[in-house]
Ligand binder design. Structure first.
Ligand code: XMP
Length: 316
């Protein structure tokens, strides 16, 4: 009979048979799929797994820290943490076009990962968080990290690995159940979707450090307050964006000219269409007060009332 415990037992055995005493490399973004694959591989082959976490500087507040905490400190994974923030921000400086931004982030991600892979010796396998819907959607076995997370190129020809994809028969809800069974924190397994290019597509137009910080801080406040109100369990996706223009305001009796934060909170089944969460007014007021008091360079907060279509969920 099929149950999650048996599935994990079987996969553990299969992974051990496939990998033998060789090493597996895994790009660990901290997303659901890569986290669950990591936990599975740690269970099966322990120190033969080498995880690489690339912090592209566009992660949410404390996100990279929590990846390191869970995988290095708690699960004792062999984890290489690469802080590439400066490098990404330099490449992105002055780039306003959304597609160009995505290309740069994806391309740079592959290059950083490739550089790390080249430093390592004796790696034969690449772990992948491919899940069943990825296979039916793409019809190919393209590296998922490349396909859905970043949409550009791939690793160079001379860096060819055999793939280890223990989740490829699972649907998303089964992947989450598997993660829970493997002991991953609830927050990590049940987190809302987060785009590969991260806060980069929420700091609208050309990314600047001040606006990126405003996105990160306001997002943290929104998530904290939604969790307090129990909305984190109810709303499908919620985040903030910061446009690249300013508006006039007043602070301490003086005129200010600052940015605005837009809150987006939506519900959907398949992300193809989405409706706006009719969020409680008091919760929105509280979030607004906190953003205006705590986030620098911001003097205005708006709530996005647009369904998808015509608006998309993200702004870029
Ligand atoms: P849109 O904006 O197209 O988003 O309505 C639909 C869903 O996809 C997520 N999204 C992304 N996920 N890489 C990802 O992994 C991306 O580049 C990307 N762009 C959008 C978005 O957050 C929403 O859940």
């Amino acid at each position: 009979n099929w149950n999650m415990k048996n599935f994990i037992e079987d996969q553990t055995e299969l992974i051990r048979q496939q990998v033998g005493d060789k090493k597996v490399l895994l790009a660990l973004s901290g997303g659901v799929d890569s986290s669950v694959v990591a936990a599975m591989l740690i269970r099966a082959i322990g120190q033969q797994l080498v995880c690489v976490h690339v912090n592209h500087g566009l992660m949410r507040k404390n996100e990279s820290e929590s990846v390191v905490k869970v995988f290095r400190d708690e699960l004792h994974a062999n984890l290489i943490y690469v802080d590439a923030s400066e490098r990404f921000l330099d490449k992105l400086a002055g780039v306003a076009d959304p597609e160009q931004k995505r290309k740069i982030i994806g391309g740079e991600f592959i290059r950083v990962f490739e550089e790390e892979a080249r430093k390592l010796e004796g790696i034969d396998f690449l772990g992948q968080g491919t899940i069943y819907p990825d296979i039916i959607e793409s019809g190919t076995k393209t590296a998922k990290m490349v396909k859905s997370h970043h949409n550009v190129g791939g690793l160079p020809e001379d860096l060819k690995f055999q793939l280890v994809e223990p989740l490829k028969q699972l649907f998303k809800d089964e992947v989450r159940a598997c993660g829970v069974e493997l002991g991953l924190p609830h927050d990590m397994v049940y987190r809302q979707p987060f785009p590969g290019p991260g806060l980069g597509v929420r700091c609208l137009g050309a990314i600047t450090r001040d606006r990126l910080e405003a996105v990160r801080e306001s997002d943290a406040i929104l998530r904290e307050e939604f969790a307090k109100a129990g909305l984190d369990k109810k709303v499908w996706q919620y985040f903030t964006v910061v446009p690249d223009f300013k508006s006039v305001g007043m602070k301490n009796n003086a005129r200010v000219f600052e940015y605005m934060v837009i809150i987006r909170a939506i519900n959907t089944v398949d992300a193809m269409t989405a409706s706006v969460e009719k969020a409680d007014w008091n919760v929105l007021e509280r979030i607004t007060e906190r953003i205006l008091a705590e986030v620098e360079n911001v003097n205005r907060v708006c709530y996005d009332m647009s369904p998808k279509p015509p608006a998309t969920i993200e702004f870029e």
